[in-house]
Design a protein around this ligand. Structure first.
Ligand SMILES: Nc1ncnc2c1ncn2[C@@H]1O[C@H](COP(=O)(O)OP(=O)(O)OP(=O)(O)O)[C@@H](O)[C@H]1O
Ligand SMILES: [Mg+2]
Length: 456
């Protein structure tokens, strides 16, 4: 049990908090304003601080850096009103560990404090043992990547929910792993869930587990991924694909750490940090009514956006060199680097499949090069698929039409479709799911089209 300091200007809240927390076994100090709170933090061995963010006259947010200075080992939980997402977010960026919304449920309060205490113990233990650093670093020196790296370091040790956005192949999963391994949960599991891969019912059973007899085939109680990831991180990939009914259930876990196994009657609790990723435009989905706004705000406490590779071309040579070294070593090739023409082609190309496509092309280049430098041809010789067919000169139906020649409409459209599919498949290394994403098609649609065009 821990030493908790409550800083809140409302006497009623102070009273309530100290009763609940004392009953849970903690030692509680209370302060009615920032100054006396700071004095206590300096004097007492405070482990966790519950800080109200809206206090007069000096507000909690400005008190946070001073609190961090006088009691650097104390973990701070900020308290905000429900609508104040931005202040909660600013506080997390300023080093707060977690936040709770007023009015809160006692259960949530106790769980949050217990979690902060446990995290603090882990942090101190890790520091003491000089634990090996298994941090993951993003490759790149563009301002965008440096900012992402810095944000990762800032928010990793907190329990803040993080939403990672970016086109397919920009490194969202890599960022999620970097966050987990830089967090205090690094020695606990990180579990990845593809939110769109299963039907809603199966996904819920997967996430929350099920009880015996919940559905045909449920011959036993089975814990879900939330239980499995307990103490660790759950990575909800493609979160924009969540069905509305699953969105509601996820919201409840995010709000109070509670969930109901499929077919179960008793709520279970968990201590799981959520990191979500999507390549969809969630605000647009909210506007269209397909994604819940309240869930969005819960997920997007911290947002990390990864710009497409074509918007940070300065990273290409560095990434290319890094990926080349990796593949060359794997294939035991005596490859020295890229020809000037290859490097120039790499930096000029548009990279619709982003870093994943760069990785695929370099792997291909390495495989096609015996020794020496990789040439542009080894990287880009599937060019028919790399360029937009409509821009090609001869045989282009658009050109033909413009010069008054007749064409076959259906066939031209089909050709274009096939070229698009071919390009997407080439960029995704023949992976249908990835290719579907590049084209903004559903899995079902692309499977149908690929079949229709006899592409596989
Ligand atoms: N900055 C980076 N440094 C090093 N490797 C990177 C970087 N960004 C991406 N990668 C590599 O590129 C590949 C694709 O990254 P990742 O799987 O994280 O992308 P993603 O955004 O999750 O893609 P998708 O939306 O298609 O799932 C991985 O092999 C990853 O390691
Ligand atoms: Mg991914």
């Amino acid at each position: 049990m821990g030493v908790v300091l409550v800083i809140d200007d409302e006497p009623g809240i102070r009273e309530m908090l100290s009763v609940v927390l004392r009953r849970a076994g903690h030692t509680v100090h209370v302060a009615g304003d920032a100054e006396s709170g700071l004095a206590i933090a300096q004097r007492e061995p405070v482990e966790v601080v519950l800080l109200d963010l809206r206090m007069a006259p000096s507000d909690g947010l400005s008190c946070l850096p001073r609190l961090r200075a006088v009691a650097p080992d104390a973990f701070v939980i900020v308290m905000t009103a429900y609508a104040e997402w931005d202040t909660a977010v600013r506080a997390m960026r300023g080093g707060a560990f977690s936040f709770i919304h007023k009015p809160f449920d006692n259960q949530v309060l106790k769980a949050t404090v217990a979690r902060a205490l446990a995290a603090r113990d882990r942090a101190l233990a890790a520091r003491g043992s000089g634990e090996k650093d298994h941090a993951i670093h993003l490759i790149g020196t563009s301002p965008a990547i440096l900012a992402v790296q810095q944000l990762i370091e800032q928010v990793a040790p907190t329990d803040a929910t993080v939403l990672i956005t970016g086109e397919s192949g920009t490194g969202k999963e890599l960022v999620a792993r970097a966050l987990h391994y830089a967090s205090l949960r690094a020695d606990r599991p990180m579990v990845r869930v593809n939110s769109g891969a299963l039907t809603p019912t199966l996904l819920e059973a997967e996430l929350f587990g099920h009880v015996k007899g919940a559905f045909t085939g449920a011959i036993d109680d089975r814990p879900g991924l939330f239980a499995f990831a307990d103490g660790g991180t759950l990575f909800l990939d493609e979160v924009g694909d969540l069905a509305p009914e699953t969105q509601v259930k996820l919201l409840r876990v995010l709000e109070n750490g509670e969930y109901l196994p499929v077919g179960g009657r008793e709520m279970r609790t968990c201590d799981v940090r959520i990191i979500a990723a999507t390549n969809r435009d969630l605000p647009a989905m909210i506007a269209a009514g397909t994604f819940r706004e309240d869930l969005y705000y819960r997920l997007a406490v911290i947002t990390v956006h990864l710009p497409p590779l074509r918007e940070r071309r300065e990273d290409i040579p560095l990434l290319a060199g890094h990926l080349l070294a990796r593949h060359a070593v794997k294939l035991r090739r005596g490859i020295t680097g890229f020809t000037a023409a290859a490097l120039e082609a790499l930096t000029r190309y548009d990279w619709p499949g982003n870093v994943r496509e760069l990785d695929n092309r370099i792997q291909r280049g390495v495989a096609l090069t015996a020794s020496g430098d990789i040439d542009a041809a080894a990287l880009f010789d599937d060019q028919a698929s790399g360029r937009r067919p409509a821009q090609k000169g001869a045989g282009d139906p658009l050109q033909a039409l413009r010069s008054g020649q007749a064409i076959d409409f259906e066939r031209a459209v089909a050709d274009y479709e096939r070229a698009l599919l071919g390009a997407a498949l080439a960029h995704s290394g023949d992976n249908l799911t990835q290719a579907a994403k590049l084209l903004n098609l559903s899995f079902r649609q692309i499977r149908y089209k690929v079949h229709q065009h006899g592409l596989r």
